[in-house]
Design a protein around this ligand. Structure first.
Ligand SMILES: [Zn+2]
Length: 680
């Protein structure tokens, strides 16, 4: 709590006072980004706030448009992918207008983290939720009305209570209410993947404070969901800002799962560790039992991995969350219950050991990798049983919650989209961008299994599909994948011979293919709907497209895995430059980087916050490269604002100086010579 709860409200309000009031009436005017008279002043005030509080020299794409819309008092919908900096869009305006932004946020853990991170930057914010005691809540309300807070976060169910509506009224009467920001706005739509009934009530906010502008934010929304958000919230002629969905720093890999995928997960984690850059890994599984089993398997291999799911008692869950956030634990094997509140920015690997339930969920979950903007990997393993497992789960939960048939069908539709994405042989960056309604121009991303040619198009797809479908048909659509594999590979095992399956024309037709290859082809046939998996024996039978594929009316392009390549090498070739986040650190810089990480850990413990809140890995890398020798120089590093300079600057500068002394050999003058050891 202790760190600077009084922010720079006064300072910015003073500077921008005139603009804040003048603009109110003229919202309809300069919409199309046209800068009005006060525009450049306003731009300067935004830049000043961002530099001094967050230590950023510039805003990311669409952030300034979103902030401008807020300052114009205009409704807006801002869609920025995870890591795109959407929270900054609602955090900056109060610093310029001096009025409060009320943020609706779905998770208490998320609010708490955000408040702590803001306080660490000297920004005055608070959260109102069921975890806040009555007296404390009263105090927060007083501060809000009296102008001591810039921002307040509240849960959706709280917003519509009588007490909160009264507070909104008081803020409005006092001229203190700036805007309402609805975070994770896709939760309002049943076409979204994360529908929350309590969000539906938010449409009523409009009547409570008709004068306030409303800003919806989400990291994931298809065009349909976007329309739904605008309609449900009753946004008035909103400015709709949709950011780039593509995350170029993420390398996507999609693989057919071998067995339970344990070996594949293990080698992905080891690959991450071998880079020696540290960072965390999240492995998503579908069931609690899956998480326990896989975590255990990883521990047998010497990794410190922990299972996490909603069945663990709250205290244990909290411990794992804290250890992961504080970088005392790097590998968590979890159900989707893990992640909403996890803001660790140096997650370097996200694995899906089972296909997720929608492309939206995939984008959100995989998007937890590389939030610091540095390279990270997303590995998706899928198998033929995934679709049915999800289908059963979705049907069961629909029955339990009594949700409508349309809602269930919408969910199943999303599941099918995910399955098609996994099975298709098209650049993953392109597929994800297009799913969210955006073009992806580049012919090769250099950062996915397809473009890295780790997955190749199978030239004999047509014949292979026909052989496999024929094998399923001729064995009576009653056997599981392993049996089909044995038949086409020409096995003479008892279970094949006794049924006369060695007499079939397809027997032995794929004898040159490995078991894994054939299983992967069957998975792909299931994924495109040519086959489906049935019952507890997981027998294969024709799916809705089975006949068309068999007769050759419809072509399915099968993919074959070619092994994992070094993405960095490939990527720099594809992009004509180093990997995202700059060239890799030299050995000497890495030594300083490691030293800085130790300093960060100590500072985090002292301050009682997770390390990523002190400085991100990206900030530490920049410090390791530029080796600032003065406070002024340190302030130039992205991610170092004035408050953090005050709190942590000394310790960081000392570490840099000490390193220069070690690296320079002769201690004298070592600290003076900035970049004494700048290696090429
Ligand atoms: Zn690609």
């Amino acid at each position: 709590m202790g760190v600077g709860t009084r922010g720079g409200v006064g300072r910015y309000r003073e500077r921008m006072g005139a603009i804040g009031t003048d603009e109110e009436g003229g919202a309809e005017g300069g919409l199309s980004g046209g800068v009005c008279a006060g525009g450049s002043d306003r731009g300067a005030a935004i830049a000043e706030a961002v530099r001094s509080v967050w230590g950023y020299e510039s805003l990311r794409p669409l952030q300034s448009e979103s902030i401008e819309a807020a300052l114009e008092g205009r409704d807006a919908l801002t869609v920025l992918p995870t890591g795109g900096g959407k929270s900054l869009c609602y955090q900056v305006p109060p610093l310029v207008t001096g009025r409060v932004t009320v943020v609706v946020s779905p998770l208490i853990a998320l609010m708490h983290d955000q408040v702590r991170a803001l306080e660490l930057n000297g920004y005055a914010a608070a959260a109102l939720n069921s975890a806040v005691a009555f007296e404390e809540a009263r105090e927060i309300e007083r501060k809000l009305v009296e102008g001591e807070l810039n921002l307040v976060l509240a849960a959706p169910e709280r917003i519509m209570t009588g007490g909160f509506r009264a507070l909104l009224g008081r803020l409005q009467d006092a001229g203190r209410l700036g805007a309402l920001a609805i975070d994770e706005a896709h939760c309002i739509s049943q076409w979204g993947h994360d529908f929350r009934p309590e969000y539906r009530q938010l449409g009523g906010l409009r009547e409570v404070v008709p004068g306030a502008a409303m800003h919806a934010f989400t990291a994931t929304a298809t065009p349909r969901v976007r329309r739904d958000i605008v309609e449900q919230l009753g946004l008035r002629e909103p400015r709709v800002l949709v950011g780039e969905f593509d995350r170029p720093n993420l390398t996507y890999r999609v693989r057919s799962r071998q067995g339970r995928g344990e070996q594949q997960v293990l080698s992905a984690v080891k690959r991450m560790e071998s880079r020696g850059e540290g960072g965390g890994a999240i492995v998503y599984c579908l069931s609690r039992a899956d998480t326990e089993r896989l975590a255990e398997r990883l521990r047998e291999e010497g990794l410190d991995a922990r299972a996490y799911h909603a069945g663990l008692e709250a205290g244990k869950r909290r411990t794992i969350e804290d250890r992961f956030a504080n970088e005392r634990l790097d590998v968590v094997v979890a159900t989707v219950a893990f992640g909403m509140g996890i803001d660790r920015s140096n997650v370097r690997l996200v694995v899906h050991a089972t296909m997720p339930k929608s492309v939206e969920a995939y984008q959100q979950e995989s998007g937890r990798a590389g939030r610091d903007g540095l390279d990270a990997e997303c590995l998706l393993l899928f198998g033929s049983s995934d679709y049915m497992r999800w289908r059963q789960l979705l049907e069961r939960s629909a029955a339990e919650s009594g949700s409508s048939v349309e809602a269930l069908e919408a969910q199943l539709g999303l599941l099918e989209q995910m399955q098609r994405l996994a099975a298709s042989f098209v650049c993953r960056h392109k597929q994800l961008s297009e799913h969210f309604g955006q073009n992806y121009e580049s012919s090769s991303c250099g950062a996915c299994d397809v473009c890295l040619q780790e997955t190749a198009a199978e030239p004999q797809s047509r014949r292979l599909c026909q052989v496999l479908l024929s094998a399923v048909a001729r064995t009576g659509q009653r056997f599981g994948a392993t049996h089909i594999v044995d038949v086409v590979r020409g096995s003479r095992a008892e279970h094949v011979m006794s049924r006369g399956h060695d007499q079939l024309r397809v027997h032995g037709m794929l004898s040159s293919r490995s078991k894994g290859e054939v299983l992967s082809m069957l998975d792909q046939l299931v994924a495109v709907g040519a086959l489906e998996v049935l019952g507890e024996y997981r027998s294969l039978r024709f799916g809705r497209l089975g006949k068309e594929v068999m007769t050759g009316e419809r072509e399915v392009q099968l993919a074959v895995p070619m092994g994992t390549r070094s993405d960095r090498k490939e990527r720099s070739r594809a992009r004509g430059g180093g990997s995202v986040g700059g060239r890799p650190l030299s050995d000497e810089e890495r030594a300083l980087f490691d030293g800085l990480k130790r300093v960060r850990k100590a500072l985090a413990e002292e301050t009682g916050v997770p390390p990523y809140m002190v400085f991100s890995d990206a900030t530490l890398r920049e410090i390791a490269r530029t080796k600032p020798v003065s406070r002024t120089r340190l302030l130039e590093v992205k991610g170092v604002g004035s408050r953090k300079l005050e709190l942590f600057g000394e310790a960081v500068l000392a570490a840099v100086a000490e390193h220069a002394g070690d690296a320079g050999g002769d201690a004298d003058g070592g600290a003076e010579g900035e970049g004494s050891a700048v290696a090429g």
